[in-house]
Design a protein around this ligand. Structure first.
Ligand code: SAH
Length: 483
């Protein structure tokens, strides 16, 4: 079997409707659905409904559609450029179809494909950009699914960007020779500074950026997006992160960033692993900073992927500072931080009415000195504490908190590989926490959450931490053995 596409029996076209009449015959839901769809255009809606249902009446009132409140008659269709038979009654729909054909007006009959001259698509509307999805009436559910997927892929500001582009078309044609120069302008327009400004809602900056692009032959300036890749599961990536990945020239990523997320990048994007992971040759922070500046100066669109949220223990502060100093544009795209993923895996309310109303993100690496850091005091006053990179300092964290007055019975939840299929959950108390340090079987990233709110979690799928309390180095051998 060859995979040559079969022929379409319905060919998509875009019909000019500005100021033209679209006639819809019907009183109920079918008519309303069509009115809503065509109402997304600047066509004049003429709704022939002698006994319109309340929903349709409301629509007519709000949309300013012309309402012909009379029993249907063929003359009602006169002058229309398209007709919809949406009466819900086959005999009447057939009459409408026959009348339309006499008048040579293309007609669509709702749910009666055999009577249709044309079909209406599922529509992704970013006017003036429209994406129409058709299945020749075979699968409205499929069409709606595709519509949803495409809708999520496209920036909500695409329409505004296209409108801005239209306003620059004449100037671009006048000032730029046809061919490469013009193509480069439009590429930079849709993927560079003008697009980013529109995305940020800054229309006048977008206009200025487009003028700059048009008047200068200078190569486009680079741009770095510091993007949160989420905790590990690829579908916890934000839609914005996904879009930027698909536009990137270069993807610079850390060790904890899942391969599947990096793989979502544009196919010919350059991928640079700079991760700090044992065994991999990794770069120092200073080298990473220098690399970002260099890529920016080369005019590259860079996605700097960091696990979780880029602004949480991600050293983004240093990267942003060097980019600012170098005058390279950047933006930050938030991600789902590990603490949130771990809490979700445990169904753990991070704030709990009457129990905990504040939350601390810490590493526990600041407990070395003599004085108690502020967060420890917060923990004692009831905050929920999320400890990042806390495995190697688990005993220190537990010891110091208990010493400071937090009850050894305070609930603790630990998640290894939060959000991933191979996640493991452990529950226990502050007194059990030190055992974490000896757990050589935990090879993935580990999140520890401490506080009374943890008691609100779901412990059905977690193992007790205490099971491994005194087992030291033999843990690996006894993995999975219950007490
Ligand atoms: N910017 C990241 C944190 C980087 S620090 C974020 O916002 O999540 C790295 C630490 O994050 C790890 O030592 C671990 O404590 C935690 N972490 C990251 N991913 C995790 C995961 N999937 N499960 C549990 N902890 C995770």
């Amino acid at each position: 079997m060859s995979h040559a596409p079969s022929k379409l029996n319905a060919f998509p076209v875009f019909v000019r409707v500005e100021g033209a009449v679209a006639a819809i015959v019907g009183n109920g839901e079918e008519a309303l659905a069509k009115a809503r769809l065509i109402g997304q255009s600047s066509a004049v809606l003429r709704i022939i409904a002698d006994d319109a249902e309340p929903g349709l009446l409301t629509f007519i009132a709000q949309s300013g559609a012309v309402h012909i409140e009379a029993a249907y008659d063929g003359v009602h269709l006169e002058g229309a450029v398209m007709v919809f038979a949406a009466t819900g009654t086959e005999a009447l729909d057939r009459r409408v179809v026959a009348d339309a054909r006499l008048l040579r007006i293309p007609v669509n009959a709702v749910d009666r494909p055999e009577l249709c001259d044309f079909f209406t698509p599922a529509l992704v509307n970013r006017a003036p950009v429209a994406i129409a999805i058709g299945t020749e009436g075979a699968g409205p559910v499929l069409a709606q699914m595709l519509r949803g997927r495409i809708d999520r892929m496209l920036s909500p500001s695409l329409g505004a960007l296209a409108a801005l582009a239209a306003s620059f078309r004449g100037a671009a044609e006048k000032l730029l020779p046809k061919g490469n120069a013009r193509r480069r302008f439009w590429n930079d327009f849709f993927a560079g500074a003008p697009a980013r400004a529109v995305e940020a809602g800054q229309l006048s900056q977008a206009h200025d950026a487009a003028v700059d692009l048009l008047l200068s032959n200078a190569p486009a300036l680079g741009h770095i997006a510091l993007v949160g890749a989420g905790p590990g599961a690829e579908d916890l990536l934000t839609l914005r992160a996904h879009r930027l990945l698909m536009e990137a020239d270069v993807i610079v990523y850390d060790a904890l960033v899942p391969e599947a997320v990096v793989a979502m990048g544009r196919r010919d994007a350059e991928r640079l692993a700079v991760g700090k992971r044992k065994g991999c040759h990794s770069k120092s922070q200073a080298e990473i900073n220098a690399l970002l500046v260099e890529l920016g100066r080369e005019g590259k669109r860079v996605v700097r992927l960091k696990s979780g949220d880029p602004l949480v223990f991600g050293r983004a502060g240093e990267e942003m500072a060097v980019l600012r100093d170098a005058g390279i544009a950047y933006e930050v795209v938030p991600g789902v931080t590990a603490a949130f993923a771990a809490a979700a895996d445990f169904e753990l309310p991070l704030t709990l009415r009457g129990v905990s109303s504040s939350m601390v993100f810490t590493t526990g690496h600041d407990l070395k000195g003599n004085s108690l850091p502020d967060w420890a005091k917060l923990a004692i006053s009831g905050a929920t504490v999320a400890v990042y990179m806390g495995r190697s300092v688990a005993a220190e964290v537990a010891g110091r908190l208990i010493e400071a007055g937090l009850s050894p019975d305070t609930a603790v939840a630990v998640v290894e590989n939060a959000s991933l299929r191979n996640r493991r959950r452990f529950h226990g108390t502050l007194a059990d926490l030190p055992s974490l340090e000896a757990r050589v079987d935990l090879t993935g990233p580990v999140m520890t959450i401490i506080g009374d709110a943890v008691a609100g979690a779901n412990f059905e799928r977690s193992e007790p931490l205490a099971a491994h309390k005194h087992e030291g180095a033999s843990i690996a051998a006894t993995e999975g053995v219950q007490p």
